[in-house]
Design a protein around this ligand. Structure first.
Ligand code: WTA
Length: 628
């Protein structure tokens, strides 16, 4: 049994030694000269070292028994299965990497991956890293507008998408979003299209949903619109490629990927991660927190459109040499027992999900769980938002059968890896994310950076760098510095509020900036507001997050209409569509109030804090800066 307290104290005495020992467990083309170079606010880990995430995720297994072990078990919505051994995955990745090279992709080029949760999503991600290209995965549920902004910001050379894909009973016509997003694009040279659905399947589903079969027939032709770029089928590109491709040697701090995430301004920021430090951080955290054993079948229910899908669906399980399990569908399709059936059928050992899913499934009671065995399960995990004790206990009782520990892992797109988390050997408190991981020097402080008293709410910060820390904000170093390192000088400012109790346990309260967490998805108030005002009938909008029983938070908007526009329910429905079009269905507003005025400071900034307090019936706090 791992002694947390002892290991933590040891690790924090000298985190560099702790992380260096872990880095030695991985493969490097060239070892580092220096473990950490910390030039505030930039940390560079394993300086001088050369490696590649793919070198550790795939290459190093090819001369071992792991080559024949299953790397990925994928189950489609229709319950068909695709399996890849480490050897087969390596071949597919090499082929696609060669395909990218044949299209002129070079080290450092940016590639946008707009794919649903299918094996090609993972193959594409690995292939990019293998040749030193930088991927930007855009969640397949984002709208054409959201995709457009992300492709443009990254100046992507290639976009990879699917033609159409099934999503519950619906069919999402993904390629149409790409057509629209790229209408005025200047940088994209090729669009590679995965044929997730055959034309007859698409037609069939259209007939079922009472659409005419002709209406969408262009979604199966590759060049429906005149454009400067070329569409290519994934399978045609792959057919011509060799299964051998050298893995590019990358400097430890060379970028591996960009992932866009919401912040306090209207424009999402591109978080950049590297190869060396990032892989060391994600490798160690999964290994200790989920007590990784060679025969593990690890299921993270996230999507690779989010950081969890990068760090813990794909990269860390492969670096740890275990089997990843992925289900294409949603937790309620074809019915609400699907997750439980899959756990038993595939003998999943570690199951990592989000509080919002637990709460949604909780609503259906316990009976539907009783017939499942769950004897393969060893550890459960939670991420994305605070898990309320009620949901924690339900998960513990009915899935964990009062035997399995729940790892409530607090971390962020920016941190890359788990930061505040239990390890399986410790005693837990439902609703607390336990304490910092080894080598992590976290704390809860006031606005001057002083530690707050026990059980007092303050700002969650990290004092020292950690290996999977973001490298920068893409094209915006000022924003990097201001957001993370200047709110409280010299420390990493997480943007979350927390408390530490008398036993040293951390209790995450939630965001203290204008980021809203809807079903664990990260959205910005400002981003939503600019979506509202993109409708010409809207003069101004203010958006807040409101506590929601299942989703954690829901979106409430206060909207001032332009003069002469008459408020109506139809207009509310229209605005909901405006926001869905601008961001995607995950951003669907729950409530819209038409108002005459918004609380503002004298300098014209909307005080969302006041709106929120008023909405929740809480004291509004200091209003001295309020204009009216
Ligand atoms: C929240 C997700 C409480 C938090 C990996 C953080 C959590 C934001 C937890 C980052 C947790 C994540 N308990 N809150 N276990 N995990 N959060 O970037 O507010 O999508 O700042 O990364 O999610 O969201 P992101």
């Amino acid at each position: 049994m791992l002694d947390y307290e002892k290991t933590y104290v040891e690790s924090i005495k000298n985190p560099e030694i702790f992380w260096e020992n872990i880095a030695k467990e991985l493969s490097w083309y060239k070892p580092w000269d220096k473990v950490l170079d910390w030039k505030y606010p930039y940390a560079r880990w394993f300086v001088g070292g050369q490696t590649n995430i793919v070198y550790n995720a795939l290459d190093r297994w090819q001369n071992t028994d792991i080559k024949n072990k299953t790397a990925l078990i994928w189950v489609s919505q229709e319950q068909t299965e695709r399996r890849f051994t480490y050897g087969q995955l390596n071949e597919e990745v090499s082929k696609f990497a060669n395909g990218l090279k044949s299209l002129g992709v070079k080290k450092g080029d940016k590639i946008t991956i707009y794919l649903p949760r299918i094996p090609e999503q993972f193959i594409a991600m690995l292939a990019c890293l293998k040749i030193g290209a930088v991927h930007s995965v855009v969640y397949s549920g984002f709208s054409a507008d959201a995709l457009k902004n992300r492709v443009e910001d990254a100046q992507a050379k290639i976009v990879i998408c699917s033609n159409s894909y099934p999503y519950g009973k619906k069919v999402v016509e993904s390629k149409k979003n790409v057509d629209e997003a790229l209408k005025e694009n200047k940088t994209v040279e090729h669009v590679i299209v995965v044929e997730r659905m055959k034309s007859d399947e698409i037609r069939q589903s259209q007939i079922q949903s009472d659409k005419t079969s002709e209406k969408n027939s262009d979604s199966i032709q590759l060049n429906p619109i005149p454009s400067d770029f070329i569409y290519i089928w994934w399978h045609e590109l792959m057919a011509k490629q060799s299964t051998e491709c050298p893995t590019e040697m990358m400097e430890s701090s060379d970028p591996s990927f960009i992932l866009y995430t919401s912040g306090t301004t209207g424009k999402p920021k591109g978080i950049i991660h590297g190869h060396g430090g990032y892989m060391v951080g994600i490798y160690a955290t999964l290994k200790y927190v989920f007590d990784i054993k060679p025969d593990d079948i690890f299921w993270s229910t996230a999507d690779a459109g989010w950081i969890t899908g990068h760090s813990y669906i794909l990269y860390s399980p492969l670096i740890n040499g275990i089997t990843m399990f992925v289900y294409e569908g949603t937790p309620d399709f074809p019915d609400i027992e699907i997750w439980w059936r899959l756990i038993d059928k595939y003998k999943v050992t570690k199951f990592y999900t989000a509080p919002t899913a637990v709460r949604a499934l909780m609503k259906f009671g316990e009976d539907h769980l009783k017939k499942y065995d769950f004897s393969s399960l060893k550890i459960l995990g939670s991420v994305g938002e605070p898990i309320n004790p009620e949901a924690w206990l339900w998960f513990y009782k009915h899935v964990g059968r009062e035997k399995l520990p729940i790892m409530d892992t607090w971390w962020q797109t920016e941190t890359g890896m788990f930061m505040i988390t239990p390890v399986p050997s410790v005693k837990l408190k439902p609703g607390s994310a336990f304490k910092p991981f080894f080598g992590i020097d976290a704390d809860v402080v006031d606005d001057k950076g002083n530690k707050v008293p026990t059980n007092t709410q303050g700002y969650l910060i990290v004092r020292k760098p950690w290996p999977a820390m973001l490298l920068d904000v893409y094209n915006n170093p000022t924003r990097y510095k201001e957001t993370y390192f200047e709110k409280i000088p010299n420390v990493y400012f997480a943007g979350d509020s927390a408390k530490i109790d008398e036993d040293g346990f951390y209790w995450i309260v939630g965001r203290n900036d204008d980021v809203i967490k809807v079903s664990g998805h990260r959205l910005g108030s400002a981003e939503l507001e600019s979506a509202f005002v993109s409708n010409t009938k809207v003069a101004e909008a203010a958006v807040i997050g409101k506590p929601h029983e299942v989703k954690g938070e829901s979106i409430k908007a206060f909207v001032i209409l332009k003069q002469g526009v008459v408020p109506s329910d139809e207009l509310k429905a229209e605005l909901v569509q405006t926001v869905r079009k601008s961001i995607g269905p995950i951003a669907t507003p729950d409530e819209i109030d038409f108002v005459e005025k918004l609380p503002k400071t004298r300098s014209g900034k909307i005080m969302r804090r006041v709106l929120k307090a008023q909405e929740l019936g809480l004291p509004v706090g200091d209003t001295s800066t309020l204009e009216s």
